[in-house]
Design a protein around this ligand. Structure first.
Ligand SMILES: [Fe+2]
Ligand SMILES: [Fe+2]
Length: 159
């Protein structure tokens, strides 16, 4: 997990996460801090093991840690957060030892995590699905106000 821990220690990464923490201080809906990122990573790992996908754990963790960093930008501008996440993750991945090929795979998963990941395979599918499964809709105070469609909301625990 050396490269994953390098992301956690990366100054750019820490800065984006701090901006998200500040922006979400008063947020009543789901937040996008480290707890969410680790939930996505660990659910992704469980899927990886249970479905015998054979994905490299560091790729799952890297994509999970970075997938929402664009929220820091989307709270300030109207840019969609998955696009800002892709743009701001590249330099962090290359600075923390991921190869060009690994970086492209991770960026693809980030770009699809709230768009076409449902129909994707491998890492993109895992991150899309783990992101959705990570939310505790069944224990949510703002259930009725959330924009997720009722049939998309999690009714219980899967992982
Ligand atoms: Fe997201
Ligand atoms: Fe997310």
């Amino acid at each position: 997990m050396d490269r994953v821990n390098a992301i956690l220690a990366n100054e750019e990464y820490k800065d984006w996460m701090e901006q998200i923490r500040t922006s979400e201080k008063e947020r009543r809906f789901c937040c996008h801090g480290i707890d969410h990122c680790l939930d996505v990573a660990r659910i992704g790992m469980l899927m990886n093991l249970e479905e015998k996908l054979g994905l490299e754990p560091e790729l799952i963790y890297a994509a999970a840690l970075l997938h929402d960093i664009g929220r820091a930008v989307s709270y300030q501008t109207s840019e969609e957060h998955h696009l800002a996440s892709v743009r701001n993750s590249r330099s962090i991945l290359l600075a923390t030892g991921f190869s060009g090929k690994e970086t492209e795979l991770i960026l693809e998963a980030i770009s699809k995590h709230n768009t076409t990941g449902k129909e994707a395979e491998g890492l993109s599918y895992v991150i899309y699905r783990a992101d959705k499964l990570s939310r505790r809709c069944f224990d949510c105070e703002v259930y009725d106000e959330c924009y997720w469609k009722k049939d998309e909301k999690n009714k219980g625990v899967v992982y």
